[in-house]
Unconditional design. Structure first.
Length: 361
């Protein structure tokens, strides 16, 4: 009987030991897997001539309120690989070289004169007429007109206008990006402010977003109020030329006012408060080729994970992306692949803890 009790105690002890070792093994494997996903940011990839001053390395506060060693990058959002614009053709007979592009239902369309002329048919809405009787296109050609049209509550005087901002109108803005040196991988994604990417933003989010963005673009974009589940309202990443990658443009809000806000061939346009920024990656910016045929690298997301082009060297798009638009390999760790040009989507959500963006007028 005594022997039986001793054996029972021994079995219990061994079971506890096995459970403990198993738990430690699982935790170790998870930590190893997590570390394999993390590749530090390389600041040398950014084009020095596109930056305002040198990149600094400082302890800063991230969007969730935590502190981390970060790179602090300042830019004027002026690409040096390509010109900004054009966006709007001047007449309804102008060719595609006179205008930019527009996204609709995943496709990219040239905003040439005939597109402007036929937009009522395109959207099956007779209320559209973006041109005058003499064939000239109605374009916001002054700062005042641009600012009145590029806001959530579009000034009724600028309904049926092509909304176009000029680089010189936002030339003095300096944008500061704070990006963690070592990305912090999260199992749960962080969804962008504005109701999530890919669909119409919530009405209360329009003031913090894109073409019809409001005052939020002139302020610091730090921890979201009421939690950290929705972030990225002021930007989601940075191209190597110092230009911001934005969340999806609020196309539904733009169209609701019978306005059109074209992007240039590089996928960018101008906001009154944040300046020039991209809503698509179309191959016009600096790329870092990969030796294994993988899609080239084009920048960093605000959480420090790399941004890579939509298609690889063979023209194929990745098919195993997660809900954020990323996946992991042994060379690049966890990284994102940007959406196709017509998707109006750079990435779907943050996999890591993002830093912050602030704009100084």
């Amino acid at each position: 009987m005594k022997y039986f009790c001793l054996a029972s105690v021994s079995l219990v002890f061994v079971s506890i030991l096995n459970v403990s070792c198993s738990k430690e093994t699982v935790e170790t494997n998870q930590e190893t897997e997590r570390s394999m996903r993390v590749v530090e940011v390389d600041p040398s990839y950014f084009i020095p001539e596109a930056l305002v001053g040198k990149i600094l390395k400082e302890e800063r506060t991230l969007s969730d309120g935590s502190k981390a060693l970060c790179y602090v990058i300042q830019t004027n959002s002026k690409p040096i690989e390509h010109a900004m614009g054009p966006w709007a053709p001047k007449t309804i007979t102008d060719g595609k070289e006179a205008g930019g592009i527009w996204f609709d239902d995943g496709e990219v369309y040239d905003v040439d004169g005939p597109f402007v002329k036929n937009v009522a048919k395109f959207y099956n809405d007779p209320e559209w007429k973006l041109y005058n009787d003499d064939g000239t296109v109605r374009v916001t050609d002054t700062v005042e007109a641009f600012e009145a049209a590029a806001r959530p509550d579009v000034d009724p005087r600028y309904n049926n206008y092509v909304v176009e901002g000029q680089p010189e109108w936002v030339a003095d803005k300096v944008t500061t990006y704070v990006i963690p040196v070592t990305p912090i991988f999260r199992e749960e994604p962080l969804v962008f402010g504005g109701g999530g990417p890919g669909g119409p933003p919530r009405p209360d989010a329009l003031n913090a977003h894109s073409h019809h963005g409001g005052e939020a673009h002139s302020h610091h974009h730090g921890p979201p109020r009421g939690g950290a589940s929705r972030v990225g309202q002021g930007g989601i990443g940075l191209a190597f030329n110092g230009v911001n990658f934005d969340p999806p443009a609020p196309v539904h809000a733009i169209l609701a006012a019978h306005t059109l806000a074209p992007f240039d061939d590089a996928g960018g346009h101008i906001n009154p408060h944040e300046g020039y920024h991209y809503h698509a990656a179309t191959g016009h910016t600096k790329e870092i080729a990969q030796t294994d045929g993988h899609a080239p690298m084009i920048g960093y997301a605000l959480d420090g994970f790399g941004l890579y082009a939509h298609r690889d060297e063979e023209g194929e798009a990745a098919t195993d992306l997660d809900e954020c638009g990323g996946h992991t390999d042994t060379t690049r760790g966890y990284h994102y692949h940007v959406g196709s040009a017509g998707s109006n989507q750079i990435i779907r959500a943050f996999r890591g803890v993002p830093g912050t963006v602030s704009v100084k007028e």
